[in-house]
Ligand binder design. Structure first.
Ligand SMILES: [Zn+2]
Length: 412
């Protein structure tokens, strides 16, 4: 897949997008390099802007040193090793001529969360450097070295950290992982059946997910989005991204579609919220099948396959969150009753691949039927998208507050 990844690299010559790095009033910028699969940064320029150093190693490896943190990347591999932790990337690192390129995600998400002294402000698009002593030092989790990984990255699957995060929930800002369903070559559903403005699920989910992220950030919650552009993230990786970043909640946004493209199918409408469990009803099985279909788009470098053991461990880890996931789904579903023009289809259970890999309470929201002409038009309206995002955010906040109250002062 390495060769293919390099072939896909198309540098946008006139790109004027920059990553801005600020320390106090001092400002540096690192040019963003647009490729067909996503944005990249030159590793040496990034390290320099962050006050660190960069060095090429053997066998396609590249190491950034930022303060006490060592960040190791490998050409063509969609994982990064930060100190002793292996974290998945949405895109592999690349080489372009003599330059080593790292996915933008490294600067926007990985470095701020796994090293000290950096914060990425998504709204402003600025990576801020601040004194390490200002960081919540107690929040940095103690991690045992991963056995068998001396200085090399795995080329296929990341190590699975089977231990639960040990931090105190109350001393830490909560992190909600927001997943915009589908993306890239996977459009999700398209509609409506019959006349009406055309709706493509991946665009609606991204728009609503971004609004949801903004709402949650406004409420003082940290947010990690599995994708912020029109890219394909493997279903198994969506959960992994959430786990690696120690998310407290996982919310996946989708648009529903009728099982038949008939007049009767076109009339089907409404909203429903799923949590992970074995699918119960025939209808839940249909939605489960539809959402899991995205797996077929996951080929090549975007789809590192996990080992079977990791899925068994994931299933076990998820089980203890079933009740919480159900509560969260109920809270979100309740919120929709106040504004949504469609029917309340209730809380459902299904065995979604996207929810299966997450160690945290996880729900999937079908915000309406894109196959229904009225509902497709409703979902395309940004005002309505705002209402939907705001309602999900409210449900999430209510759930988090409730959860904190139940957990009380003790460590989780
Ligand atoms: Zn979907």
């Amino acid at each position: 897949m390495i060769g293919a990844a390099v072939l896909f690299l198309q540098v946008a010559a006139a790109s004027r997008m920059n990553l801005v790095v600020k320390q106090g009033e001092a400002e540096k910028s690192v040019p963003m390099i647009a490729t067909v699969s996503g944005s990249y940064l030159r590793a040496d320029l990034l390290a320099n802007a962050l006050g660190g150093t960069a060095a090429a190693g053997q066998k396609g490896r590249y190491v950034l040193t930022l303060g006490a943190s060592r960040i190791e990347l490998t050409e063509g591999v969609p994982f990064v090793k930060v100190n002793q932790e292996v974290v998945p990337l949405v895109l592999p690192s690349l080489r372009s001529g003599s330059n080593f390129l790292v996915p933008f995600q490294l600067a926007a998400s990985i470095i701020p969360r796994f090293t000290t002294g950096y914060n990425y402000d998504l709204g402003a698009g600025i990576l801020r450097i601040f004194s390490a002593s200002a960081r919540r030092v107690a929040d940095v989790p103690e991690r045992a070295p991963i056995s068998g990984t001396s200085s090399s990255l795995p080329s296929a699957s990341p190590s699975v950290d089977v231990s639960r995060p040990t931090r105190s929930r109350r001393s830490q800002r909560r992190l909600v992982v927001v997943d915009a369903g589908h993306g890239g070559p996977d459009n999700g559903m398209t509609g409506p059946i019959g006349d009406g403005p055309r709706i493509v699920e991946k665009n609606i989910t991204l728009s609503v997910a971004q609004m949801l992220a903004q709402e949650l950030r406004g409420s003082g919650v940290d947010v990690l989005m599995t994708r912020t552009t029109d890219t394909l993230i493997a279903l198994s990786d969506r959960g992994r991204i959430a786990n690696s970043n120690h998310g407290d909640l996982f919310v996946s946004v989708h648009v529903n579609a009728s099982g038949t493209r008939s007049a009767a199918g076109a009339r089907e409408r409404g909203y429903e919220t799923y949590f992970l469990a074995e699918a119960k009803s025939e209808d839940a099985l249909r939605v489960e099948h539809m959402e899991n279909e995205a797996v077929k788009f996951e080929t090549g470098a975007n789809a590192p396959k996990g080992d079977p053991l990791s899925f068994i461990i994931n299933d076990m880890a998820q089980n203890e969150h079933l009740r919480e996931s159900n509560d969260l789904a109920e809270t979100i579903q309740d919120g929709f009753r106040h504004f949504h023009p469609g029917h309340d289809r209730g809380v459902q259970q299904a065995n979604f691949a996207v929810l299966r890999g997450s160690y945290m309470p996880a729900v999937l929201v079908e915000i309406g039927f894109g196959t229904n002409p009225l509902e497709a038009a409703y979902l395309l309206d940004p005002d309505n998208q705002h209402t939907i995002a705001g309602s999900i955010a409210k449900g999430v906040m209510a759930y988090l507050d409730h959860y904190d109250a139940r957990v009380g002062g003790g460590n989780h």
